[in-house]
Ligand binder design. Structure first.
Ligand code: HEC
Length: 155
């Protein structure tokens, strides 16, 4: 009887312990998933606006300076978000294309993000008044800021 009770207690504490051991990484995995969703969501906001602008520049859609300027403003606002909390340390996952280099060179990663913000604000200023050619140039500068980061830090 006594023996059985102890076995039961041991089993119970083992179960509780493995529960604790398992929930910590699971909670972390949940946090990673949320961060990945967040950063990918913001990236999709970027590309939605970039595509609309580049379609106009390519003549796929009619050029309309007001509409263009609206996309440029939205991109400038979105790239003003502090996206770094969306990249918690070592938040790699199967759903993510983020490379581990991000956390090895986080300062550079952050600097590349700031560059995008600057380019997008520049684009938005030009879009408010400039001619089509200068818009095209500013759009290219912005596109390069996307690519400079993807090349190094995205699968
Ligand atoms: C500072 C670095 C950086 C900059 C700048 C950047 N990106 Fe990204 N982007 C990433 C990383 C890292 C990923 C992978 C994120 C992941 O899958 O966790 C990504 C993913 C994406 C994705 C895929 C999203 C998905 O749903 O999987 C798109 C689209 C994208 N970026 C578009 C853009 C566009 C457009 C710009 C410029 C306006 C831009 N990005 C600027 C780092 C950057």
């Amino acid at each position: 009887m006594k023996h059985n009770k102890r076995t039961f207690k041991n089993m119970l504490s083992l179960t509780l312990m493995s529960g604790l051991i398992l929930t910590a990484p699971m909670a972390w995995a949940g946090e990673i998933e949320k961060a990945v969703d967040y950063r990918q969501g913001v990236m999709n906001v970027f590309s939605w606006n970039m595509k609309a602008m580049s379609d106009m520049m390519k003549g796929k859609t009619p050029f309309d300076q007001k509409v263009f300027a609206g996309h440029a403003r939205d991109l400038a606002n979105a790239s003003g978000l502090n996206l770094m909390p969306g990249f918690p340390e070592d938040s790699e996952s199967e759903e993510s294309d983020a490379l581990v280099e991000i956390w090895m060179e986080f300062d550079d990663f952050e600097a590349k993000y700031k560059k995008l913000g600057e380019a997008a604000r520049g684009l938005s200023e030009v879009a408010a008044s400039g001619d089509k050619a200068s818009l095209g140039e500013a759009l290219q500068v912005t596109g390069k800021a996307c690519k400079a980061c993807h090349k190094k830090y995205k699968n």
